[in-house]
Design a protein around this ligand. Structure first.
Ligand code: UGA
Length: 455
């Protein structure tokens, strides 16, 4: 099929590359010419494992452009995968979505097309996009838009850092539409994934337990709500274990053991029960805020989702409180942060806990040193205002520090020569914000080991 993707962020680019890999003809459009220049040269503007390798394999069927006319002349499916950042009141800012819909209406000149919302958009956006498309088409072409466009929702469940794996081997595919043409078109598009008939890339073989992928076909509003409800549930699972973690600390229990003990109940499940600093990233914070705002518009409160948000904010503050409790005075102290990205295997810094923790420590008079295996350059570009010392190595971070906080659990940090490094610290306080290090080993090296794991 001929497909266009508007927006080359984590979701748009991964979707485009995977669809091209599966055999579709894909054009990716972005209005940012810097990104498109890079992509044309075969470089990836983001850090995402295996994306570059897959892009090379699919390059014959993949084009990049900044030109709407070129991208959407006569395609069968157009995905909108533009950013929907939070506006100050928590509702998503839909200006990029609206611009994309208007441009599609203006430049489209082929047979009926299915326009698919892949960005996480508020409930009701499907109808809104349809009306923008119609108006824009009719004013540009001076003819009726009837039958030209149908709108579908195809929410994305990929995680940054494992985006390719999640796209090729998803737990389910959700398609929301109020008409059968959209459903059938997207069913055909995703057939190789649904039936798992594609030949897997050599670097990401199909796991033995992956069989046919369930398809959930729903109406537009249900598909839109599925996305928000899924993210909110995952977010509250994390906040739940963090809330129990705070209690565990008080009663002398160990949250890692508690999480294992409850997670092995198959009704609960082990995943997303890792206690620690809490969630960051562009999704959970934004989507829980949007869900609360949408509910309020309908006169509903979502007290459980609100509580999950509060617990998450509190987790970040607890890091500073723990350091204060240990060091007593923060002014003039040198504190190192290991990890800036909101989680390992990505360079994404949106709502990364490290940023807020660094800011809070600086406000209290600390000298803050930071390191990240891949996000350092992006951090210097996007957070030039934050007065921290950027270090090229974790060793530099620990050198003469009064305390170090493991903020992002990169594998590299688990494998550091902690024995030698602890000796180089001024005071050997290690706060393991992700419960990722071995407390006994660190204590045997002379560290004062603090964690988010309780006793
Ligand atoms: C999340 C969802 O997991 C995806 O299904 C969804 O498609 C995506 O949002 C989206 O809406 O686009 P992502 O934000 O990439 O994906 O990352 P996650 O792996 O979900 O991690 C989110 C945050 O939760 C990270 O900061 C991570 O450190 C934290 N986390 C995760 C925990 O603190 N504990 C856990 O047990 C799991």
């Amino acid at each position: 099929m001929k497909v266009s993707i508007i927006g080359t962020g984590y979701v748009g680019l991964t979707t485009g590359v995977c669809l091209a890999f599966l055999g579709h003809e894909v054009t990716c459009l972005d209005t940012d010419s810097r990104k498109i220049d890079l992509l044309r040269k075969g470089s990836i503007p983001i850090y995402e494992p295996w994306l570059s390798e897959l892009m090379t394999e699919a390059s014959a069927r993949l084009r990049f452009t900044t030109n709407y006319e070129e991208a959407i002349g006569d395609v069968q499916v157009i995905f909108i995968a533009v950013g929907t950042p939070s506006a100050p009141n928590g509702s998503p800012d839909l200006r990029y979505l609206s611009a994309a819909a208007k441009a599609i209406g203006q430049y489209f000149r082929g047979e009926p097309v299915v326009v698919v919302n892949k960005s996480t958009v508020p409930i009701g956006s499907g109808n809104w996009v349809a009306s923008l498309l119609r108006d824009s088409y009719e004013s540009a072409h001076k003819k009726n838009a009837d039958g030209r466009f149908t709108v579908a929702s195809n929410p994305e469940f990929l995680r940054e850092g494992t985006a390719i794996y999640d796209t090729l081997y998803p737990d389910r595919v959700v398609i929301g539409a109020d008409d059968s043409h959209s459903l059938e078109t997207l069913y055909t598009l995703y057939r190789p994934i649904l039936d798992q008939t594609f030949v897997p890339p050599s670097f990401l073989p199909r796991p033995d337990d992956v069989g046919a992928v369930p398809l959930v076909s729903a109406d537009l509003a249900s598909a839109e709500l599925i996305k928000y409800a899924a993210n909110a549930f995952l977010a509250l699972k994390i906040s739940y274990i963090n809330e129990i973690g705070t209690l565990a600390e008080k009663v002398g229990a160990n949250i890692i053991q508690v999480a294992k003990g409850i997670g092995l109940d198959s009704r609960i499940g082990m995943r997303f029960l890792q206690a620690g600093i809490g969630w960051g990233g562009s999704c959970f914070g934004k989507d829980t805020a949007a869900l609360v705002t949408t509910a309020a518009e309908y006169g509903s409160e979502l007290p459980i989702v609100k509580a999950a948000r509060d617990v998450n904010t509190r987790q970040r503050q607890r890091v500073v409180e723990k350091l204060l409790g240990e060091l007593k005075i923060l002014k003039g102290r040198s504190v190192g942060l290991l990890g800036l990205a909101f989680k390992p295997n990505t360079d994404d810094l949106r709502e990364a806990p490290a940023i807020e923790i660094a800011r809070s420590l600086i406000e209290r008079g600390c000298k803050v040193k930071v390191h990240d295996p891949v996000a350092l350059e992006r951090f210097q570009r996007e957070h030039a205002d934050l007065e921290v010392i950027c270090c090229d190595s974790p060793e530099q971070v620990l050198e003469a520090s009064d305390a170090v906080v493991l903020v992002t659990e990169w594998q590299q940090y688990r494998e550091l020569s902690w024995d030698a490094l602890i000796k180089k610290m001024r005071t050997p306080i290690v706060l393991d914000g992700r419960n990722a290090l071995d407390p006994e080993r660190l204590t045997s090296y002379g560290a004062r080991y603090l964690s988010m794991a309780g006793a």
